[in-house]
Design a protein around this ligand. Structure first.
Ligand code: GTR
Length: 386
């Protein structure tokens, strides 16, 4: 039976629980062939890959992994604002495919007195790296806080792989390395390109003896958080994936339609998601997936979601529910016991467990030293450093 609804200009944006539609969410642990998934092998080799493929096809676009060559150049930069506390390496990553080469620049700060390989955080940054690393009081990427806790802190600007701009987004890897992607309805767009960039940073980290790449966390805030989740879902080398206030198209459940909607994000940022995702503008009920399945795809590696109280545009409750529902993989497939509050309240809270972390803080949409403190605590716990 097909019911034809009148075409609405655009359904209204709302912030009311009473306006959240009845949620019919696809199950994380029931495969597309109808079978129940409860063993690690079935999860890792069948269900997880089919979910990631579905997200590539319907939401983020493809994330091509092939290239011909990758090369790294590093230089120690002794003079920088954090020199009293950290050493800075600048890393240039050259990736070539079909005769074209693209260069990415990464800043890697190491604890000054580190004697053995250190765990590392990598921030996917849509803010200018010079600005966020140039100011010691900066809270978005607090180099001294991170290195002071014994971790390396790496950052790259998405500009190198796909500029965060509707006109220029393809003037990075899409035009240079993967031009065939541009014609495809499920072709690579900004978020897939940013995730690709994070994966190349991981390629570097695996080669750097000063860093322990088996203890690496990928982090992103907001649009960067969407990209971090997509990175963690695709690339199993990350020990921890951290989303800060990633909201719509990130941690939040799309079908709740609370705050930012699919229509709204596809209109404001058409260059982030695949063209296929636009089919779901004002039709979230037709989505064959939802974001709890993206979070689940990170399992069995650790997953972290940070939200803030006033960031209603990003739907903190939708982010929490998505984490709780996605976490079923850890408990039901891997036997990790998890506990969540019976009734989630939009109150300041921290829930750090094995493999799954969450916090909700006071305040507005931003990435702050408070958030980083929580990420560091969670990483310490996850790596058994505390
Ligand atoms: C907003 C957008 C969000 C989020 C945010 C950000 O304008 O609606 O989805 O990505 O930008 O990146 O700060």
């Amino acid at each position: 039976l097909t019911v034809h609804l009148p075409t609405l200009a655009q359904r209204a944006i709302h912030y009311e629980e009473s306006q959240v539609p009845d949620l019919v969410l696809p199950d994380v642990l029931v495969g597309y062939d109808g079978s129940l998934v409860n063993r690690p092998g079935d999860w890792e080799y069948r269900r997880r890959p089919e979910l990631v493929a579905k997200f590539a096809d319907q939401v983020y676009g493809q994330l091509p992994r092939d290239f011909d060559q990758i090369a790294f150049r590093t230089a120690a930069l002794p003079e920088h604002p954090h020199a009293a506390h950290a050493r800075l390496k600048e890393v240039l990553i050259d990736v070539s495919r079909n005769g074209k080469t693209l260069m990415m620049k990464v800043k890697l700060y190491l604890p000054k007195d580190a004697v053995k390989p250190v765990p590392v955080f990598v921030l996917i940054s849509h803010r200018k790296v010079e600005e966020v690393t140039g100011d010691v009081a900066n809270r978005f990427f607090p180099v001294e806080q991170i290195t002071g806790r014994g971790y390396a802190a790496a950052i790259f600007d998405v500009e190198f792989v796909s500029p965060d701009d509707p006109e220029r987004y393809s003037q990075g890897i899409i035009d240079q390395l993967y031009p065939e992607q541009k014609r495809l309805p499920n072709g690579m767009k900004g978020l897939s390109a940013w995730a690709w960039g994070a994966m190349r940073v991981m390629d570097y980290l695996e080669m750097d003896p000063e860093v322990d790449a088996s203890r690496a966390a990928v982090v992103g805030h907001s649009r960067g958080g969407k990209a971090a989740l997509w990175t963690g879902a695709n690339d199993t080398r990350w020990a921890i994936t951290i989303s800060n206030e990633s909201g719509c198209g990130g941690a939040a459940l799309s079908k709740r339609r609370f705050g930012e909607t699919v229509h709204r994000i596809n209109t404001g940022f058409p260059y982030w998601f695949s063209d296929n995702f636009k089919k779901y503008n004002d039709k979230e009920e037709d989505l064959p997936l939802d974001q709890h399945q993206l979070l689940a795809s990170i399992a069995p590696r650790a997953l972290y979601v940070g939200s803030s109280k006033d960031d209603r545009w990003a739907d903190p409750r939708g982010e929490f529910l998505s984490l709780q529902l996605g976490s079923r993989v850890y408990s039901e497939v891997y036997g990790i016991s998890l506990e969540f509050p019976e009734n989630f309240e939009l109150e300041v809270q921290t829930i750090h467990q094995d493999y799954v972390g969450y916090h909700l803080r006071e305040g507005k949409h931003d990435l702050t030293d408070y958030d980083w403190g929580k990420f560091l605590d969670f990483a310490d716990r996850q790596y058994g450093l505390k």
